[in-house]
Design a protein around this ligand. Structure first.
Ligand code: SF4
Length: 122
């Protein structure tokens, strides 16, 4: 179930004030948008916000609709998704193996991890 009330503050994102309105929405600009996301300080939070909110387009450096498809580009997305899972696991004080055992693979696992992140002390 989507929990659209769960949103992070992304105002520190690299994309703030950058590019044109369609940059993170239209697939033709995907590569350009993902470049803006590189080294973004809120990349994990952005991905969680996009996934939990069922948003489309580039969130957290990935085109969300392609995360689990079977194209070559999706393999790159799956690698990026694994990197985000590792980073989120570290925030939860876990290894990636522990994260996967606790929350599982894929978007559902990320949603479960997002719930756990909400309860971490600030
Ligand atoms: S990860 Fe990308 S889309 Fe998300 S806040 Fe950062 S720059 Fe913006």
């Amino acid at each position: 179930m989507s929990n659209t009330s769960f949103m992070y503050d992304l105002s520190a994102g690299n994309c703030v004030g950058v590019g044109h309105p369609d940059l993170f929405i239209e697939v033709e600009f995907e590569k350009e948008a993902r470049c803006v996301c590189k080294n973004c300080p809120v990349v994990d939070e952005c991905l969680i916000t996009g996934v939990v909110g069922r948003h489309e387009g580039v969130w957290g450096g990935m085109w969300l609709n392609r995360v689990f498809s079977h194209t070559l580009r999706a393999k790159r997305s799956r690698k990026a998704f694994r990197e985000r899972q590792s980073s989120i696991a570290a925030k939860l004080g876990m290894t990636l193996t522990q994260y996967l055992a606790a929350y599982g693979e894929g978007v559902k696992g990320l949603e479960r991890a997002a719930e756990a992140l909400k309860h971490l002390p600030a």
